[in-house]
Write a protein of this length. Structure first.
Length: 81
């Protein structure tokens, strides 16, 4: 599932610099931008929730939920649509 998300980003977003996608256990569902490390951290707990959701609704609806999450301004740092 995560590989699909990375492929989608690579095909649909033009990023000015390379970034790292890191996964780790956080104790709760979360994802965030670490400006100093220039990486997006996806918590295992969030990925697990996305995986369950994707099984139920399919990957396209999952991507729309991620977009809605970002539109609701849950992303910190210098994010601009």
């Amino acid at each position: 599932l995560l590989e699909r998300a990375v492929a989608y980003v690579g095909q649909n977003l033009l990023l000015p610099d390379a970034i790292t996608l890191r996964t780790r256990s956080c104790g709760s569902p979360d994802a965030y931008w670490d400006r100093d490390a220039r990486e997006i951290v996806f918590c295992y707990e969030l990925i697990e929730g996305f995986y369950k959701l994707s099984e139920e609704q399919g990957i396209r609806e999952l991507v729309e939920k991620i977009r809605a999450f970002h539109r609701d301004d849950h992303v910190g740092g210098d994010y601009e649509p």
